[in-house]
Ligand binder design. Structure first.
Ligand SMILES: [Mg+2]
Length: 327
């Protein structure tokens, strides 16, 4: 049976993260821990070494998908980094006591250098299998069902801030469950300019989001990754999170999903009710584009036809209802 750390490393690589070794207090032993990563994995398991000082000065910022590795003599270093550290915190070779365990996501009390080497040997033996199964390589990985939120997953209530008003569209749970059963990822990519305009607070947005996830969960459905864009630029005055590239029809949200999940874009599918959903997906290399019918479909089709005049290989299909979609 695999050691849990083996699985954690696979997941980290799969999500595009790195192992981040904290260098303070043990630079000499660190190279021994890193040696098998260099020798046996030739860069396939990305890792970096950083000091607490670098992190505090923000010369390096850890990411949520990173695995941040501390040795047992570095517990005090974590305390100084606690507020700024992203990623999962792993304590290696410690006598984990319950009093401090809240600081760590994982503490492997029994982990000696020898055991670490054995874990990596085992990982190496299974690496081909892991990488094939887990889709480490986007080209050979799983496709993703990309979904717009309003009028695809939930009925559109403009600038909704009321969780009670959340209603799922018919067939959405069945579609998500079908996608998961066929090894697709499922991701939500939603423009939420109401956040940028200040019409919806972040707390309200979250409560609506949670209600949606709760309703999905009641039918066994979940979404693997959710991206939102608060960006809005009216009259030359950009507001929201100032990343215009995230807002559809630009493709930033889909690329973020791809970066995290290593999606095979050509195998992927987009379902949206707006022309901008499909244009964003096309620009991200998504293979199949579906426009879900709504009262605005005629207008959206005109916009998509204009896009086709520029991009001759831009193709889309109109879906009357979600249950018509074959993955
Ligand atoms: Mg929509």
């Amino acid at each position: 049976m695999s050691h849990p750390l083996e699985l954690l490393i696979v997941e980290t690589v799969q999500l595009g993260g790195s192992l981040v070794f904290i260098a303070d207090q043990n630079p000499a032993t660190l190279s021994q821990w890193q040696q098998p990563l260099v020798q046996d994995f030739a860069g396939e398991i990305p890792f970096v070494t950083r000091t607490a000082e670098d992190l505090l000065a923000q010369k390096y910022v850890t990411r949520p998908e990173d695995l941040v590795m501390f040795q047992s003599n570095q517990k005090s270093v974590l305390t100084s980094l606690d507020a700024i550290l992203n990623g999962q915190r792993v304590l290696l070779g410690a006598e984990a006591s319950s009093a401090e365990s809240h600081q760590w996501d994982y503490a492997f009390a029994d982990l000696s250098l020898h055991k670490w080497q054995l874990i990596l040997q085992s990982l190496k033996a299974h690496w081909g299998q892991w990488s094939a199964l887990q889709g480490l390589d986007g080209e050979h990985g799983a496709g993703c069902l990309f979904l717009d939120r309003d009028d695809v997953v939930v009925k559109n209530v403009p600038y909704n801030k009321d969780p009670e008003a959340v209603q799922l569209l018919p067939g959405i749970c069945e579609l998500i469950n079908k996608a998961h059963a066929q090894s697709y990822w499922v991701a939500l990519v939603t423009n939420q300019s109401g956040l940028g305009r200040g019409w919806i607070s972040w707390t309200q947005y979250q409560s609506v989001h949670q209600r949606m996830m709760q309703l999905l969960a009641q039918q066994g459905a979940w979404i693997d990754d959710c991206e939102w864009s608060a960006f809005i630029d009216e009259a030359g005055s950009p507001r929201g999170r100032l990343l215009a590239g995230l807002r559809k029809p630009r493709n930033g949200m889909l690329l973020k999903v791809n970066n995290k999940l290593r999606v095979n874009m050509a195998k992927s599918v987009m379902v949206g009710d707006s022309a901008s959903d499909l244009k964003a997906a096309f620009a991200a290399g998504v293979g199949r584009l579906y426009l879900l019918a709504s009262e605005k479909t005629d207008k959206e089709i005109k916009s998509l036809q204009a896009h086709q005049a520029v991009y001759s290989h831009f193709k889309f299909t109109v879906l009357e209802k979600l249950s018509d979609l074959t993955l």
